[in-house]
Ligand binder design. Structure first.
Ligand code: OFO
Length: 167
């Protein structure tokens, strides 16, 4: 059984994951608008994965006999200053999500909720990967120094990303 405090914290994280999906979908729409269909594809896959992260938490709350309470999802940003600014934002957003996951783990430890702590370890590992990918992607884009030829090549490379369901 989840404590009320843990149930609320997990529900907040469901909302945060769906917001991440919404943010990345908004980035995809912006990238389409500035004619980078490959980066947009990458962002679409990212958005789907975030929805999976939200659903994984949703399922866990139900498995533990808790109540899922869906709240309004905040409207995401819709404009950025180009491709590098977008990928800088992705890195900063993932660092923020890592801090949210760490807070959830701290609460699980404080409440001696070992099952939730164990469940959250998937997210701890996922955030290591998310931050690593975000740093790598930003590094590639920065090295291109805004050259349109390099952005064109990277657009094709990023466009090869395919969606693998995470639940
Ligand atoms: Fe981008 O990661 Fe979810 O949790």
């Amino acid at each position: 059984m989840l404590s009320k405090k843990m149930e609320k914290a997990l529900n907040d994280q469901v909302n945060a994951e769906f917001y991440s999906g919404y943010l990345y979908l908004s980035m995809a729409a912006y990238l389409e608008e500035i004619d980078y269909p490959g980066f947009a594809q990458w962002m679409n896959v990212q958005a789907k994965e975030e929805q999976d992260h939200g659903m994984k938490l949703y399922n866990y709350i139900i498995t533990r006999g808790g109540k899922v309470t869906l709240e309004a999802i905040e409207a995401p940003q819709t404009e950025w200053d180009g491709v590098e600014a977008i990928f800088q934002h992705v890195l900063e957003h993932e660092q923020l999500v890592t801090s949210l996951i760490n807070n959830l783990v701290d609460l699980a430890i404080e409440e001696k909720d070992h099952a939730t702590n164990q469940f959250l370890q998937w997210y701890v590992a996922e955030q290591v990967e998310e931050e690593e990918n975000a740093m790598e992607n930003l590094g590639k884009i920065k090295r291109g120094n805004n050259s349109s030829d390099i952005l064109f090549m990277l657009d094709a490379e990023f466009g090869a990303r395919t969606y693998n369901p995470q639940i």
